[in-house]
Design a protein around this ligand. Structure first.
Ligand code: WQD
Length: 335
């Protein structure tokens, strides 16, 4: 009996794989390594002290995915695999729709063929678009402003229609807010290819000297200090949310959606100050114009996950800043 983790060598996938193994689960990772490295498999084994099967497979290769189900007794799937850079998706919509949608449809078709009807799907707060108020609840209106976000919204709709067609499915959709930080070992963390899009990897690379300064995208938003406010959540807290989702998906059929956030928002300047204070480093920055598509404020109401999954984020902003920095320093020493 195994859990198939698609995208299991990625940032959130690798941290979730570690927590699944530590909790005694048997997992199989499927990943095409388009945005991760093969040595992540050994790191996951090292941290957890457990073994696992890895398949270097692309979900677009249907026959290869079929072979994995034929060779193993897969009872649940956690589906992380997908392209996820907002800016890149605007430039390459066909690649994003093809990879994220066709890959997911292939996976679901093969799951159905092997009567594996329990899935946890990695979605994103980006499906809320520009929320009218905060904190954000799961029943808020949905809208997207980029192809990446639209693929998440479309896959959520596919899953809703799938359950409506066959109530034997057990589906949980998890909407992540802003995952940051790293495993306390410092062995795994967020290591984006090229120049980081997201705030915290960028701050880390400025602090370590790889980048000169952080561009703060606008300080004229309607927020306490004018810079963007987001719900930053420790990637290990986020990973533990998946273990609770697996527990729930095993218990009952149905389709449920949960926000995974802390319920607290921090501004860009607050993040810079916290990171500098906790790690005793300097982060040079300049205020520049707003980034297109950004919103002022976004943070979760995580109460549904607390009530129904028995999950809540426990790690602090200090943990997030300290653990992320430890990983960055380790990575820098290796290179
Ligand atoms: C956070 C804040 C920026 C970089 C994105 C995706 C979302 C999800 C998480 C996948 C904002 C500011 C950032 C920089 C800055 N990804 N910023 N300078 O945009 O909230 O969410 O990542 O699911 O789908 O949209 O995260 O880290 O890019 O930005 O000032 O160099 O930091 O304006 O206020 P975002 P982010």
């Amino acid at each position: 009996m195994s859990i198939l983790v698609t995208g299991g060598t990625g940032y959130i996938g690798s941290h979730t794989s570690v927590e699944l193994l530590k909790s005694g689960e048997d997992i199989i990772i499927l990943d095409n390594l388009v945005n991760s490295q093969i040595d992540m498999v050994d790191k996951i084994k090292k941290i957890s002290g457990k073994d696992l099967k890895f398949y270097n497979v692309n979900l677009l290769e249907k026959s290869e995915v079929d072979k994995i189900f034929k060779e193993n007794n897969i009872t649940e799937v956690i589906h992380f695999a997908g392209l996820k850079a907002v800016g890149e998706s605007v430039k390459k919509p066909i690649e994003y729709y093809s990879n994220n949608l066709i890959g997911t449809l292939n996976l679901l078709e093969i799951m159905k063929k092997y009567d594996c009807k329990k899935i946890v799907f990695s979605s994103s707060a980006t499906v809320y678009g520009k929320p009218k108020t905060v904190p954000i609840k799961e029943d808020f209106p949905l809208s997207t402003t980029n192809p990446y976000g639209t693929t998440k919204l479309m896959i959520e709709q596919i899953l809703k229609d799938l359950y409506a067609s066959d109530n034997e499915w057990s589906i949980i959709i998890l909407r992540y807010f802003n995952p940051i930080g790293a495993h306390e070992s410092g062995l795994i963390g967020e290591n984006p290819n090229g120049i980081p899009n997201n705030l915290m990897p960028y701050i880390n690379q400025v602090a370590i000297g790889k980048l000169d300064y952080l561009k703060v995208f606008g300080n004229d938003y309607d927020t306490p200090d004018g810079t963007g406010v987001r719900d930053y959540i420790h990637v290990v807290d986020l990973s533990l949310g998946h273990l609770k989702a697996i527990e729930r998906v095993r218990k009952s059929n149905g389709i449920e959606i949960y926000n995974l956030g802390t319920g607290k928002g921090y501004s860009v300047l607050e993040m810079i100050q916290a990171f500098e204070k906790i790690n005793n480093v300097k982060v040079n920055y300049k205020i520049v114009e707003r980034r297109q598509g950004d919103i002022a404020t976004c943070y979760a109401d995580p109460n549904k996950a607390k009530l129904e999954l028995g999950w809540e984020a426990k790690k602090t902003l200090e943990d997030m800043c300290r653990d992320g920095w430890k990983f960055t320093k380790n990575l820098n020493e290796q290179n």
